[in-house]
Design a binder for this molecule. Structure first.
Ligand code: URA
Ligand code: SF4
Length: 257
């Protein structure tokens, strides 16, 4: 395949993630002229280069719960079972203002799990994760690495919507996180994509900022964790789309390893 076509394909692939106006396509009327090898410009599109894997980062190994505990969460062995426990949950104050719980959705054999912060308005109304505007962008991001939404398990750190979409408080996260940990234990994904500060800091048990956590392969109970921006943050700040693209390509490469 010619360099020009490879470049065009890379642009198109990137555009699926970045949106129609974020990456200027080379003008259609001025095709890249075929040049002798010696003066051919270096292709700049990152998608044509193989992804380099970043260095190792943090490791978080929360102890597994005792199998013989009476804790009902340890007794359930399916994602539907976890959702059944979440539905009537009153372990934190977020239960007071929720409409529906949003446990998460996707196949139990998913190779990739995407973790967000908590349900927003549409999620609270429907009981489904990432179905609002941020969800549409997440679907595009997954599409850019060749995954359809229904191949991926999508969930949040807290399963009930915080009032006014505020960041969940520490005690709310602490109350809810056993559900997420159990979901991950049951799914055993190849890769976890932590989207935004709350997901990253919770899965890695750290207060480090997202900026400091990006660009490393962290581990949660041995599973690689890639940290990236939250899709809702991308809607506010399109400059973060390119770094997000870099992050999801790392996740993609790890999926295939
Ligand atoms: N933002 C999140 O963190 N999760 C959702 O489910 C929707 C928006
Ligand atoms: Fe229970 Fe989590 Fe909802 Fe709090 S946010 S009530 S811990 S399901």
């Amino acid at each position: 395949m010619s360099d020009g076509r490879a470049l065009a394909r890379a642009y198109l692939e990137q555009q699926r993630l970045l949106g129609t106006d974020a990456v200027p396509l080379p003008p259609a009327a001025a095709p890249v002229p075929v040049q002798p090898e010696s003066v051919a410009p270096e292709p700049k599109a990152p998608a044509t280069k193989p992804v380099e894997l970043p260095p190792a980062g943090l490791t978080f190994d929360p102890p597994a719960r005792d199998l013989f505990t009476a804790d009902p969460l340890q007794q359930v062995t399916t994602l539907a079972g976890v959702a059944e426990l979440v539905a009537p949950c009153t372990r934190c104050r977020l239960c007071e203002s929720r409409t529906k719980t949003v446990p998460g959705e996707g196949p139990a054999q998913a190779r990739l799990v995407c973790v967000g912060e908590g349900p927003g308005r549409t999620e609270d109304e429907t009981g489904r994760p990432f179905v609002g505007q941020a969800g549409e962008l997440l679907t595009k991001i997954l599409g850019a690495i060749g995954l359809s939404r229904d191949q991926v398990y999508i969930c949040n750190v807290v399963k009930c919507r915080p009032p006014q979409n505020r960041t969940p408080l520490y005690d709310e996260i602490a109350a809810c996180v056993p559900y997420l940990f159990r979901q991950l234990e049951l799914i055993q994904p190849r890769v976890i994509l932590a989207m935004g500060n709350t997901a990253a800091q919770t899965l890695l048990d750290t207060k480090q900022s997202l900026g400091a956590l990006r660009g490393r392969i962290h581990r949660f109970r041995g599973t690689p964790v890639i940290v990236t921006y939250h899709p809702a943050a991308l809607l506010r700040n399109p400059n973060w789309k390119k770094p997000t693209w870099d992050d999801v390509r790392i996740a993609h490469r790890l999926l295939d390893d």
